[in-house]
Design a protein around this ligand. Structure first.
Ligand SMILES: Cc1cc2nc3c(=O)[nH]c(=O)nc-3n(C[C@H](O)[C@H](O)[C@H](O)COP(=O)(O)OP(=O)(O)OC[C@H]3O[C@@H](n4cnc5c(N)ncnc54)[C@H](O)[C@@H]3O)c2cc1C
Length: 421
């Protein structure tokens, strides 16, 4: 088995090659540290990956992933692996929306500067909303840990239904009346709070693996670090306040005193490997429907949808992909029924008329993220552990952000810093 390298500073063993583990490995490799990554599956990327789908005859992502230009940890990671040009999006911060019930369309366009002057005019606001409803959003800045988004924003009214609720559900993957208000605030502060330049929506130009995974594996290979697939960690041995050895199926790695381990696996796995570790234990699903369109669209486009089942619609070439967040109930339904629910909404949003449904694929990620409720957020552990040479990473750890790519990458970079210090 590949055990990495043993230099004077020791090897950092990274368990799990999702974006958190990859970000940790890349940050360490960039500082000249020796890294050995072990991934339980036969491929990297975890919950953020692309794969070939036989029904559609092309590569698809496990789910649409939307990023914002204000995601600075992600930008740094992409620069390190040479993939900064692999994301695409509109030149301006512009979030088109449609109400599926009424057919009304509008756009959310954050102001260039820090003060949202455009909200003073009704043309600059979501249709049917008042300035007062926007001002209520400030309450999120002081949200106590126990409050939900609905409680904090007095969940009703047009702005709640047409902006706050879709925002909370897509960012926190949890129903607004259950989602932690306190966890929504850092996202607003780091994006909308910094003006339009930090709010440009971005998606992977080709696919998630082409942006976040393959360039990272190439970077680790180029820097002569190892990534071992099909290496599932089964057990950890501890002695005298330190992690002593890693047991994979059929192989044991004894750690030297200079070695460190970054555990970047999902919460349930980390909880089973590390004694007395409290972890989030409730989850929410995300359902994605990928549908082949009758004709190709020259532009990459996306649109937020309210008043139906679908939340976001993305169009790339001749593929329309719909995301439904906080979809735990929907994910229990048979895929053909889900497709029949989503397709008419796509037709309405893209003005396709009564178009017959073509080849499609429904992807259900039952544990897409942990449930970001006030109670579950309190269960997020800090990256440092009771063991000197063991650090945690992952979107579920206490990284100050919701369970997103930015949160996962930031946690990986922070874990790398803790090892280097
Ligand atoms: C459908 C979907 C849509 C999403 N949409 C967005 C979005 O629009 N924007 C956004 O920012 N985020 C989005 N997310 C969230 C984002 O994908 C995750 O936050 C991020 O990918 C989590 O990365 P991670 O490295 O923390 O965890 P994971 O991706 O879960 O990585 C953990 C890795 O550890 C491996 N592993 C598990 N057990 C072991 C073991 N015993 N030994 C070795 N390896 C092991 C796993 O195989 C996996 O590769 C979405 C997620 C999903 C599922």
């Amino acid at each position: 088995m590949a055990t990495g390298f043993s230099g004077a500073a020791g090897t950092v063993h990274v368990i799990g090659a999702g974006v958190a583990g990859l970000a940790a490995a890349v940050a360490l490799a960039a500082r000249g540290r020796r890294v050995a990554v072990y991934e339980g599956a036969g491929h990297a990327g975890g919950r953020c990956r692309s794969f070939y789908d036989d029904t559609l005859g092309c590569r698809i992502d496990n789910g649409n992933h939307l990023l914002l230009s204000g995601n600075l940890a992600t930008q740094k990671y992409l620069r390190q692996i040479g993939a900064e040009a692999s994301l695409t999006g509109p030149d301006q911060a512009d979030f088109p929306f449609m109400d599926l019930r009424t057919g009304e369309r509008w756009s959310v366009k954050p102001d260039k500067g820090l003060i949202p002057w455009s909200l003073l005019s009704s043309d600059g606001r979501v249709p049917g909303t008042s300035l007062w409803e926007y001002l209520r959003g400030i309450a999120l800045a002081w949200a106590p840990p126990g409050k939900t988004v609905s409680q904090c924003l007095k969940g009703n009214g047009q702005l709640f239904e047409r902006f706050w609720e879709p925002l909370a559900v897509s960012v926190l993957n949890t129903e607004a009346d259950k989602a932690s208000a306190k966890l929504l605030w850092p996202v607003l502060r780091e994006t909308f709070g910094r003006g339009a330049a930090a709010c440009r929506p971005l998606i992977a130009r080709q696919g998630l693996s082409e942006s976040f995974v393959e360039p990272a594996l190439a970077y680790l290979h180029k820097t002569k670090n190892t990534v071992a697939f099909n290496h599932r960690l089964k057990q950890m041995e501890f002695a005298n306040g330190r992690l002593k050895a890693l047991n994979f199926t059929g192989a044991r790695i004894e750690l030297t005193v200079q070695d460190h381990v970054i555990l970047a696996v999902p919460p349930a796995i980390a909880g089973s490997l590390v004694p007395d570790l409290d972890v989030p234990d409730q989850f929410r699903a995300i359902v994605n429907g990928h549908f082949r369109l009758p004709t190709s669209s020259p532009k990459v486009a996306f649109i937020g949808l309210v008043g139906g089942c679908s939340h976001w619609l993305f169009v790339r070439n001749d593929m329309a992909s719909v995301t439904v967040s906080a979809a735990t109930e929907l994910a229990t339904q048979p895929s053909p029924d889900i497709a029949l629910r989503l397709w008419p909404e796509i037709c309405r949003a893209l003005e396709l008329g009564d178009c017959p449904m073509g080849p499609h694929r429904i992807v259900k990620e039952k544990r897409a993220t942990f449930a970001q409720t006030p109670g579950q957020v309190l269960k997020r552990p800090d990256p440092s552990t009771a063991y000197d040479n063991l650090v945690l990473a992952g979107d579920w750890t206490n990284n100050g952000l919701p369970a997103t790519i930015e949160g996962a990458i930031r946690s990986g970079q922070r874990a790398a810093e803790l090892v280097v210090c």
